[in-house]
Design a binder for this molecule. Sequence first.
Ligand code: V47
Length: 372
Amino acid sequence: MPAVIEDSRLQSIRDKVEAGERLSFDDGLTLYQSSDLLAIGYLANLVRERLHGDRTYFNVNRHINPTDVCVASCRLCAFGKRAKDPNSYTMSLEQVWETAGIGWTEAVTEFHIVGGLHPELSLDWFCEMLRGLKERFPQVHLKAFTMVEIGYLAKRAKLSIRETLQRLREAGMDSMPGGGAEIFSDRVRRVICDHKLTGDEWLETARTAHELGLHSNCTMLYGHIENDEDRVDHLVRLRELQDQTGGFVTFIPLAFHPDNTALEHIAKTTGFMDLKNIAVSRLMLDNIPHIKAYWIMMTPKIAQIALRFGADDIDGTVVEEKIYHDAGATTSQKMRRGELLQLIRKAGREPMERDTLYRPVTRTESAFTVLV
Ligand code: V47
């Protein structure tokens, strides 16, 4: 423990962390209410190193957003647009497949595919999209559709969540990203995303996906109108589901970006808050293997520091990012594999390239001659 623990309330949490015991809801509150960031970071780092040593994961991936047309108009979002908005876009199937191939290199192991809730794109269209991607890029893992998109596609197709997931999986969906969870509290959801699935529905959809053998990630959006209790409640509910299914692979705390949203008056998160959320999530989510410091959202500089505050993953090359950049992110939209390696090494960590499910990827350097 650092020589000086400024906040004596952290002593009992330290004892539990050192003994490998689960932290309680109240411990979560204490962590959020404490300003002793170095002590909290130290404890989170202890857990991180116990699980992963110096290993720090990244992947070579590409984001694809087939459409930004969305029926939901959530206040938190700057990405979704109405179908009649002249600035909206919807790719044709050919455009999705073409986008997937831009700057193509054999090094890419994952397409991360999410988009708006489009009122006319059917489940069959998305199945066709997946089949076309698998045909063209058979070795690439398709991490596609948030729980929210699944709920909407199921409703439109008049199918159960289970059947919808099964159809998508048969068409090539390999796993699911963690978006759309926001904060599970109904009170908060009514303000930031009142058109979305409820928190319970998000969790039930994840449960069904896990029961079908699909892995997924999970997220929490912080830095808007939520309070400490809301955040701890969110983490504990994810932990409870994970106890039952074991299907979550990675947790990604997401900082709210207010620009161009209906919540533009809310101040941006601080580096202090970003690091605190990484550390508290590592400490509370004792059953989720990985905590991701998403560099696009945190900036590469804060993400690098986060690797010593509980995070063991920094996401990937990304190539083209819209959701955060529409909401004012000033980070680059892509990072080269070499830059990711450098960022990790300069934090004194050991880079480990992974696929979506954290299997190590080994390759010869020649695979990177035309790297994104
Ligand atoms: O679902 C939307 C959030 C998510 C804003 O699973 C916003 O590996 C901040 O889920 N400010 C998309 N956040 C990003 C996401 C993600 C990213 C990287 C990796 C993975 C993964 C998942 O971003 C949305 C929503 O929760 N979001 N608008 C905004 N204005």
